[in-house]
Write a protein that binds this ligand. Structure first.
Ligand code: PEP
Ligand code: MG
Length: 749
């Protein structure tokens, strides 16, 4: 067979378009297409395999193989050469198929042993839809142009599949994005909710795929790219100040927008018959396919940048703005690849849930989602390609699971769960003004964690006694530049005013590790969680810490002030940080400012070392708060951000609880007030065990106060203490089953 020229590919595409325009059911269309491709490419066989589910493909149309095999022959991902094309999302082109790795002879299709095989993936924006194959008796490799032509045809097929062009009533070819899908991710914030998908970045719909006039189409692309360059330059100028990370991204955009390779490839696609939009989308699809193969985070980021840039160009070419005219559903569940904390805050309480394809448990967006108490699933692979605006969606933040377009049985099971949660919430609300007093008479102080102004109304709503942890870093993370002292002072004053006399424990800036301020230079650290973070940064960069302390003193203006330093690892760090604060108070006094009426200075115990600090430390600290999230990660040497190890070790083990008892004992000996403010404080069974270990003050998410109080009021702490002691005496490691048994034995109120 002679080499194909570009005009052959154009002609093939045009015939394809005409074929698609003819009336007919999906199956008829597919049959015509395989005939057309086999004739145009002069091959003995042309077949289309489409995915039935994520793992299995089905032969949906063929010219050359047995007609009876259609809708019968199935292949798993990775099985045979067709499966290899699908798995790797790259073409397989061979003159000697039987000796190719992975070759599988399928007698059921009546296939002779064809020598030549060319298979290309049918994929749309990273979503695998199937495989398009041509085969020949003649032993020859297909030319580059032929591979390209088939690739372009596959792309058009992918678009048509997406638009439902092959949907048939008589066969089982269903339109994609119609089936229920369950996706697994990680839990970012607990809670279950049902609603409708609201895509943060709605898809651009491309309907004209084939061009009639390559010259005019190339010109359209050129004008579009020029507009794109101008808009990226404008963005760069607007971002010229501050935000280094943002500027880096834009620089990458600019690089791509000016990349000749990118433009040349798109122009070639137009030469070969695609419209300008389809050419952009082809590049985007290829980039996404590469993305799935690239483990390097830097390269992945760059491919994401290219993806974003392609979206911008598509919007320019199609005239579709971000606003696609879709109206936000009543119960919007935000679906996005990722989202910044500022953007998430803008949506605010409007959202019922959030699902992120990337994101992480400790990301800023997750911190905001937690503050807003919206169920959040992170690391949810494939959700942005699967979900369409308006789809029904259930977000199970407890399990980190998402159900898209759930069938009725799944939906009703979840509805029952949601109803039970609502009933429980009503029961907890009734406890709001009652004390957290166990049946043995012990009283437990329940406080809430906060981080933004929007949290403060929960103080009265939840029945919390005060704010046991106010994370101050969010104000720093949400901005493009360092906040001013006056802004911070105004915010802290608003927090104190809203707290209306209840105690607020302000934790000084805890940055570093996963919390990175975009405007501050940060050294590359091999192990950021154990690196230059929290009070270590504060003591080394005293300017920022002093500014924050001054803001806190000014905000308190005659009211009591409580300050806590994060990640104190040894006594001397606490001494220095405390002295810095006392010096600032002196300075403020000199300046004639009103001083705090009362001052409490505490430390977070987040590293095991501090539990062994000299008695003098315990005596000097007005209070200690155990930061269980960090303490646990350092106790077990298991990164709290690492999905592989994050759940590996249990809080309810005799080793960890013995360690907590040790801290309780040291605080008791030295008369130091103690509380616990990690996530475990908000989990009822964990909270009860901590109480059994002697902790009498807990700080947690406001939504957890009801469930924790409910359990405390039904339990006897002395029984929990005995369970712990007996397990220790028996040399057992696991406490959880024992405490669970005890909790189950308690009657509900
Ligand atoms: C902790 O480590 O338990 C804690 C409360 O601090 P953060 O989660 O902000 O590190
Ligand atoms: Mg911490």
């Amino acid at each position: 067979m002679q080499d194909r020229s570009e005009s052959d590919s154009r002609r093939l595409l045009q015939r394809l378009r005409d074929t698609l325009a003819e009336p007919g059911q999906g199956q008829e269309r597919l049959d015509r297409i395989v005939g057309l491709i086999a004739e145009s490419m002069n091959t003995d066989v042309c077949s289309i395999y489409l995915f039935r589910d994520r793992e299995t493909m089905e032969l949906c149309a063929t010219r050359g193989l047995k007609a009876e095999a259609v809708h019968r022959t199935r292949l798993r991902l990775g099985e045979g050469l067709v499966g290899r094309v699908a798995r790797t999302a790259t073409a397989v082109n061979t003159a000697d198929a039987p000796s190719e790795r992975g070759f599988r002879y399928m007698p059921e299709t009546g296939e002779e042993i064809y020598s030549s095989f060319l298979g290309v993936p049918i994929q749309r924006l990273g979503e695998k839809l199937g495989v398009l194959v041509v085969q020949s008796n003649e032993a020859r490799a297909f030319s580059e142009d032929e591979v390209y032509a088939l690739d372009v045809v596959a792309m058009v097929l992918a678009e048509m599949t997406e638009l439902g062009a092959f949907t048939s009533e008589d066969t089982t070819i269903a339109r994609p994005h119609k089936h229920p899908v369950m996706l697994r991710g990680g839990s970012g914030q607990e809670g279950t909710t049902e609603g409708n998908v609201w895509l943060h970045e709605p898809r651009v719909v491309v309907t004209n795929l084939v061009n009639d006039d390559p010259v005019a189409e190339s010109e359209r692309l050129r004008v579009g790219v020029e507009r794109l360059r101008v808009s990226v330059n404008d963005l760069m100028q607007a971002a010229a100040t501050g935000d280094k990370e943002h500027a880096d991204i834009l620089e990458a955009y600019r690089m791509f927008a000016n990349s000749r390779g990118w433009l040349r490839r798109m122009e070639q696609s137009i030469e070969n018959g695609l419209s300008a939009e389809a050419a952009v989308e082809k590049e985007q699809s290829d980039a996404r396919a590469r993305l799935q193969q690239v483990p390097d985070p830097y390269l992945r980021d760059r491919l994401h940048d290219l993806d974003d840039l392609s979206n911008r160009l598509l919007r320019i070419l199609t005239g579709q703005g971000r606003d696609t005219g879709a109206t936000m559903p009543d119960r919007p569940i935000l679906v996005a690849r990722n989202i910044g904390p500022g953007e998430l805050l803008e949506y605010g309480k409007l959202l019922k849930g959030v699902v992120l394809e990337e994101g992480s448990v400790g990301s800023h967006a997750a911190v905001v989602a937690r503050a807003l108490a919206i169920p959040l699933v992170v690391h949810c692979d494939g959700v942005t390609t699967e979900a369409l605006n308006g789809d029904t969606i259930i977000v199970d933040g407890d399990e980190g699971v998402v159900h898209l377009r759930p069938d009725e049985s799944v939906a009703s099971a979840y509805r029952d769960k949601i109803i039970m949660q609502t009933q429980a919430a009503a029961r907890f609300a009734a406890l709001r003004d009652l004390p957290a007093q166990a049946t043995c008479g012990s009283l437990v102080g329940l406080h809430m964690n906060a981080g933004i102004m929007a949290d403060l109304p929960s103080l009265s709503g939840s029945g919390a006694e005060g704010v046991g942890l106010f994370r101050t870093e969010l104000q720093f993370l949400l901005r493009n530049s360092m906040p001013r002292r006056s802004d911070l002072a105004a915010l802290y004053a608003r927090v104190l005013k809203a707290a209306d006399g209840k105690r607020v424990v302000f934790r000084t800036l805890d940055i570093g590790s996963d919390k990175v301020m975009p405007y501050m230079n940060r050294p590359e650290e091999p192990n950021p969680a154990m690196g230059w973070r929290a009070v270590r940064v504060g003591l080394d960069k005293k300017g920022v810490m002093r500014m924050q302390l001054q803001a806190l003193i000014r905000a308190s203006a005659g009211r009591p002030l409580t300050v806590m330093f994060p990640l104190v690892a040894e006594m001397s760090e606490f001494v220095q940080a405390r002295e810095l604060l006392l010096r600032e108070i002196e300075r403020e006094a000199h300046l004639g400012h009103l001083l705090p009426e009362k001052l409490e200075v505490g430390a977070m115990l987040e590293t095991p070392s501090l539990a062994f600090a000299p008695d003098a430390f315990f005596k000097m600290a007005d209070f200690i708060s155990i930061g269980g999230n960090d303490l646990k990660q350092f106790f077990y040497a298991a990164d709290r951000e690492n999905e592989l190890v994050r759940r590996r070790y249990d809080t309810l083990s005799t080793s960890f609880i013995t360690f907590i008892q040790k801290i309780v004992q040291r605080c008791a000996e030295n008369g130091t007030a103690l509380s616990f403010c990690g996530e475990d404080a908000g989990r009822p069974v964990e909270a009860l065990t901590l109480i059994g270990a002697g902790v009498r003050s807990l700080s947690m998410r406001p939504a957890s106060i009801g469930p924790v109080k409910d359990l405390i009021r039904r339990a006897d702490c002395s029984v929990v203490s005995s369970i712990i002691e007996e397990a220790k005496a028996r040399g057992e490691e696991r406490l959880r089953p024992l405490i669970n048994d005890y909790v189950r034995s308690l009657s509900s109120l």
